[in-house]
Design a protein around this ligand. Structure first.
Ligand code: ATP
Length: 457
């Protein structure tokens, strides 16, 4: 099941502490959100799952964490200063600004329906910032609009320090900033967001094979995070839509509450990026059309240790958004169920490895010292498993506590009751979020049960 509409998700996120509008007490700041206690857990779990799949489980990818604040030359030579633009139109009637390529109806204002729009003009999306104590026309840099360029400019550093052999990749997760003309649809289009990007360097000629490979890998990964096949689609870009340097691009699109939209792009970027940042592109036989680079001090090429052939690698780029990933996962997990007594329960059917709270321990009576001590003791033992957040739930009665943990996606609730104290061996009940079924297990077996439950392959 999925959410009926975006409002279901927005209100759950606010009510339970996943996502808040940023700077809300001052009226907020458009296109920015803050992730609350549960949101940060879900987001970190998603990033960890990605890092595990790309960096820990593979021998051919290394991680990187490059600076957000960037030398302007990086984005001059990447082409962003001239081409990272969206076409903007103004409505002369209601004064709203919109992206010409995203209008619901071509030539018609999304807000007031007027057809009195200005001609489209290019609007650069990069956030320019002044760096250092002097303010003049040269003292600026950029907050990076994508994490990818930090990878390209570190290509030689990573190659030299790790002695990797092509094909290999560099992975990075981090913040990116874009001055979007029309941020909206909750955390789908924001001005500050996080990306999870891999640049996978391959030998020219082997690029098409690797492109196909990464499309298939990324699909499998999103399915493992709980997205369903029916809501996950592919859009292959028409040759005429491609950036001039790209050979092919396939978007993984998801059926968000507001429509079928991009979740991740997987592009074959040829040797354009390394070719643009390298010195002596011509001498290295770069195939993409790049401008001469007189600022770069490095040759971003690769010499095959066996054949001694030197070339500038092609790059395959799977580039996903963390925030869009989180929105898709929340949407997919959102479920409303009619109970036998006529009530409706809302639950988040999150995959266990993504759940913000892994286990809630519920003492049946909060005013009983012995029960509380026992519950704390069990909570402490579960914490030691290192599975993530384990909470002692002392608010409300057990029924209410179950509802709350259903709604935030806690996979298991453990109830400590009087039987736990009175009988040997000590037992507790474990309640499953999705089936609501309960089993009684000796405390000694609970830890094993939990570790198996949260084993993430
Ligand atoms: P769109 O066409 O929706 O503006 P894009 O094609 O410009 O996206 P890319 O430059 O390919 O996006 O960035 C890679 C990924 O980064 C996207 O698939 C998306 O998940 C994420 N992303 C890009 N822009 C935003 C944004 N403004 N807010 C949230 N996530 C974003």
């Amino acid at each position: 099941m999925v959410a009926k509409n975006m409002n279901d998700l927005v209100s759950l996120c606010k009510r339970r502490g996943f996502v808040f509008p940023s700077g809300e007490i001052y009226g907020g700041l458009k296109g920015t959100y803050d992730y609350g206690p549960l949101g940060v857990e879900l987001k970190n779990n998603l990033k960890r799952a990605w890092w595990k799949a790309f960096v820990f489980d593979r021998d051919d990818i290394e991680g990187l964490d490059s600076a957000v604040l960037s030398n302007k030359l990086v984005f001059k030579h990447s082409g962003h200063e001239t081409t990272f633009t969206d076409p903007l139109v103004d409505c002369k009637n209601c004064k709203q600004r919109m992206r010409a390529d995203k209008l619901k109806q071509a030539g018609v204002c999304d807000f007031c329906g007027s057809t009195d729009l200005t001609e489209p003009r290019d609007f650069n999306l990069m956030m320019k910032v002044n760096i250092g104590p002097v303010v003049d026309e040269n003292s600026y840099g950029y907050l990076r609009p994508e994490t990818a360029q930090g990878i390209f400019v570190n290509f030689k550093n990573v190659l030299d320090s790790t002695a990797k052999k092509v094909p290999f990749g560099i992975a990075q997760i981090g913040k990116s900033f874009r001055n979007e003309i029309t941020p909206g649809n909750f955390i789908f289009r924001v001005r500050e967001f996080e990306q999870m990007e891999v640049e996978f360097f391959v030998k020219p000629g082997e690029d098409e094979k690797w492109h196909e490979y990464w499309i298939a890998e990324r699909r499998k990964w999103w399915l493992k995070q709980g997205l369903s096949e029916e809501n996950l689609k592919f859009e292959v870009h028409d040759k005429s839509d491609l950036a001039h340097y790209a050979k092919a691009c396939t978007d993984i699109v998801y059926q968000f509450p507001h429509g079928l939209e991009e979740l991740e792009g997987i592009a074959n970027r040829t040797d354009f990026d390394l070719g643009s940042h390298t010195k002596d592109a011509e001498g290295l036989g770069v195939k993409a059309k790049v401008l001469e680079n007189k600022d770069s001090s490095a040759k971003l090429s690769y010499t095959d240790p066996f054949t001694k052939e030197t070339y500038v690698p092609y790059v395959i780029e799977p580039s996903a958004g963390v925030d869009r990933g989180m929105l898709a996962i929340l949407n997919e997990a959102y479920t409303e169920e009619k109970l036998e007594n006529g009530d409706t329960r809302i639950l988040l059917k999150l995959k266990p490895h993504l759940a913000p709270v892994k286990v809630a321990v519920l003492p049946l009576a909060k005013n009983n010292e012995q029960l509380m001590e026992k519950a704390k003791d069990i909570q402490q033992k579960i914490k030691m498993l290192g599975i993530g957040k384990v909470v002692l739930e002392t608010s409300g009665n057990v029924g209410k506590a179950y509802r709350k943990h259903d709604e935030i996606g806690t996979p298991l609730c453990i109830t400590v009751d009087f039987e736990t104290l009175e009988k040997e061996p000590e037992t507790v009940t474990i309640r499953d979020r999705d089936t609501m079924s309960q089993i009684r297990l000796p405390v000694s077996e609970v830890l094993n049960y939990i570790s198996n439950f949260f084993k993430y392959i």
